[in-house]
Design a binder for this molecule. Structure first.
Ligand SMILES: *[C@@H]1O[C@H](CO)[C@@H](O)[C@H](O)[C@H]1NC(C)=O
Ligand SMILES: *[C@@H]1O[C@H](CO)[C@@H](O)[C@H](O)[C@H]1NC(C)=O
Length: 299
């Protein structure tokens, strides 16, 4: 027998002893659209024989075997992802200023995310089903990288050392790039809240740079530092800086695709998985018509 055949035979003989992975997913954001991106991945992992435990605001209706949901329902109200059209119809005086108005609007869009993160964190530190799940062992942990690093602190407190994979349902947040070592130079990588693209005139590059610095400071001082305080106060001990825990992730998966999101530098630890949530089975598109965001019956 050739050696390669021998290896194959040995692998086949031992295949009875292959074990599935114990996977934990932590998704503390209340937005349904985010979970819609992660859900098919988690479901598929369970369907392929892994043990999957998922803490989120959106438990599955019909979970596959070996899929355990830990519901955050009751911690905070769910994000219906609605927005107030009044913003557009009656913008106040500042918002009507050219350029400044656009910047102010983007800053305002981010602000509520800090309050949401802190509210969820302060309850999650003492959420019995989550604490119970964190007492078990895992081989790999998925954590959403969005408006909170609370879950990284809880993993540390409960002594879970498994590699962490960060998932994003969008492009990079302004505080994501540093933790995986990719460059997001604001002269050509637009900040996620803007409608800029990679070729920016000078004044857009100025605005983009300002937003990047502002959002990073905002996340550091209005989210990370405060979450650290919440965790340290609750458990009565110091934990490593959440920023350092964030930089210890092993992989980051982004819901982007270069043809749609524009070119940007990548590193091997940063994977573009744009469209991983799409259902490949062909379905008939229902006959509804849209005007702007309003659905109505077609004439
Ligand atoms: C669920 O887990 C058990 C125990 O590991 C295993 O025997 C069983 O095959 C798994 N079920 C599925 C559908 O993967
Ligand atoms: C980061 O991970 C390494 C290797 O797993 C570990 O030795 C180190 O303590 C971790 N750093 C922090 C801040 O947890």
């Amino acid at each position: 027998m050739r050696p390669s055949l021998l290896y194959c035979a040995a692998i086949l003989a031992l295949s009875n002893y292959v074990h599935s992975a114990r996977i934990l997913g932590l998704f503390p954001h209340t937005g349904k659209s985010h979970q819609m991106v992660f859900e098919p991945l988690l479901r598929k992992l369970a369907e392929r024989g892994h043990h999957v435990t998922v803490a989120s605001f959106f438990p599955l209706k019909n979970p596959p075997a070996n899929y355990t949901d830990i519901s955050f329902e009751g911690i905070a109200t769910l994000g219906l992802e609605s927005f107030d059209l009044n913003w557009y119809e009656n913008p106040d005086i500042i918002l009507r200023l050219p350029m400044i108005g656009r910047l102010v609007k983007q800053l305002n869009d981010f602000h509520p995310l800090a309050g949401m993160a802190l509210k969820v964190c302060s309850k999650a530190v003492d959420w019995p089903p989550l604490s119970e799940a964190l007492e078990k062992d895992y081989d790999v942990v998925f954590v959403e990288n969005f408006n909170s690093d609370c879950m990284l602190g809880l993993l540390h407190v409960h002594g879970i050392n498994a590699p962490v994979i960060a998932l994003l349902s969008s492009n990079l947040m302004p505080w994501s790039a540093d933790r995986i070592g990719v460059t997001d130079n604001p002269s050509y990588v637009p900040v996620i809240s803007t409608d800029y693209h990679s070729r920016m005139p000078f004044w857009e590059r100025m605005g983009n740079t300002f937003l990047k610095i502002y959002h990073k400071l905002w996340f550091r001082y209005l989210v990370q530092v405060k979450e650290q305080e919440i965790i340290e106060k609750h458990f009565g001990r110091k934990i490593p800086d959440l920023e350092d825990l964030g930089r210890n992730i092993s992989l980051m998966m982004l819901n982007t695709y270069h043809a749609l999101n524009g070119p940007a530098p990548l590193v091997p630890g940063l994977l573009e998985v744009g469209g991983m949530h799409l259902d490949p089975t062909r379905k008939v598109i229902p006959e509804v018509c849209y005007f702007m965001f309003v659905k109505y019956k077609c004439p």
